[in-house]
Design a protein around this ligand. Structure first.
Ligand SMILES: Nc1nc2c(ncn2[C@@H]2O[C@H](COP(=O)(O)OP(=O)(O)OP(=O)(O)O)[C@@H](O)[C@H]2O)c(=O)[nH]1
Ligand SMILES: [Mg+2]
Length: 384
């Protein structure tokens, strides 16, 4: 089965564990999304369920991970057809590192950690919404975040140059009443290390995004003066966008693979083909397809096996790649119905693992399309 690994980085307290447990809770039931997750191992399932129960119903939040702790969570993404048969589509492995590693002085380079980073398909960097609020208000913890925590994390991210990066903004419930994503994005782009990273990825054609999420939703908790997060009595969690980071993994990995293919083939061909780096992805892809011949089918067949999704999926990607924000929203709105129809159609065709994966990717595209409508600023491609 195709397996994609996601490495989660985030300082202690940024919300990694709460995010994972809540995401699993939300995605483990068969809902409207068109796919659901199973977690490998009964022990792990119990643990995630226990963490979630504590988040939702107990006064205290779960405790932070110990520094020595590395948790690996293997989720199988499944699709259920109309006749109720279930097919596995792919696996996502999430690696949750104790956040203290990033901020405490580590005596020596951690080889295991470095190996995991190198092997990851995508990086999920949690930006603590609470720290971002501090930053916007010019409060001290915000300054510590900018001068210490963020640079430490970005240094780790720089260790893998050619993989997509998702900056997931946690605790959006407490950010949203005060700041828009555009304001947060503008502020982040004032930070030199952040801008440099985005610029380097933009130049390499590697997807970078900002995704706001809330594990508990609005009204569940209140941020107190002393910085603690008090749960409000009698309010149930209403998670916000927890499915979005997962849904963006494959669309972004596919785009990245197409970019890698363009780079590889242009390098092999030397001067025979010129695909200018300064053009947008869509334009470069157009030129590249012209050179390759055989249209999207040929492109699809040239990709590594685990990324050979259906032609329509590759086409979707090309059509939605890089548009200016305003056009992007109109285009995404226009496409919603079309994507819904495609998703329904692909679900009807599910008969094995491969067709299940195609169907899951169609579901992911629909979620990503909604993100383009709700948060066109999420996409950090070509911003600089
Ligand atoms: N309001 C709000 N608070 C949250 C949310 N997610 C997490 N928190 C708060 O942030 C705290 C830390 O979350 P954790 O998930 O334990 O953080 P972590 O990144 O796993 O931290 P380490 O295990 O120490 O690396 C929680 O105890 C909550 O108080 C959220 O979506 N909304
Ligand atoms: Mg944790």
């Amino acid at each position: 089965m195709n397996t994609y690994s996601v490495i989660m980085l985030g300082p202690s307290g940024s919300g990694k564990t709460v995010f994972l447990a809540s995401m699993y809770k939300k995605l483990s039931t068969h809902g409207k999304l068109g796919f659901f997750l199973k977690v490998e191992g009964a022990e792990k399932r119990k643990r995630l369920n226990n963490i979630y129960t504590q988040i939702a119903f107990e006064e205290e939040w779960p405790t932070g991970n110990k520094l020595s702790e590395v948790s690996e969570w293997k989720f199988t993404c499944c699709v259920q057809t109309k006749d109720l048969s279930i097919y596995d589509a792919c696996k996502f492995i999430y690696i949750d590192y104790a956040g203290g590693r990033l901020t405490d002085e580590m005596e020596e380079e951690d080889e295991e950690f470095n190996n995991k980073i190198q092997a990851a398909d995508i990086m999920l960097v949690l930006l603590d919404g609470q720290r971002l609020c501090n930053l916007m208000r010019r409060e001290k913890p915000g300054m510590v975040f900018v001068s210490r925590e963020l640079p430490n994390m970005l240094q780790e991210v720089q260790k893998i140059q050619n993989k997509p990066v998702h900056f997931v903004i946690s605790k959006w419930d407490i950010v949203e009443p005060h700041y828009s994503l555009q304001q947060i994005r503008d502020r982040l782009l004032e930070i030199e290390e952040f801008t440099n990273l985005v610029r380097a990825r933009n130049e390499a054609g590697t997807p970078v995004r900002l995704i706001p999420v809330s594990s508990v939703g609005k009204g569940f908790a209140t941020l107190l003066q002393d910085g603690s997060m008090a749960k409000n009595v009698g309010v149930l969690p209403k998670p916000f966008q927890l499915e979005v980071p997962l849904a963006c993994i494959l669309p972004d990995i596919i785009q990245n693979q197409v970019e890698e293919l363009i780079k590889k083939i242009t390098a092999e061909q030397g001067k025979k083909i010129e695909v200018k780096a300064e053009l947008s992805f869509g334009e470069r892809l157009g030129q590249f397809l012209g050179f390759l011949g055989g249209g999207v089918k040929k492109l699809q067949q040239s990709l590594p096996e685990e990324y050979q999704f259906g032609e329509d999926i590759i086409e979707n990607l090309i059509e939605t790649a890089e548009r200016p924000a305003r056009e992007k929203v109109a285009e995404a709105q226009r496409r919603t119905e079309e994507l819904r129809a495609k998703q329904a159609e692909s679900l009807n065709k599910v008969v094995d693992e491969k067709t299940a994966l195609d169907s899951a990717v169609n579901s992911f595209s629909l979620i990503k399309n909604q993100l383009d409508i709700d948060f066109p600023e999420s996409d950090l491609r070509n911003v600089l």
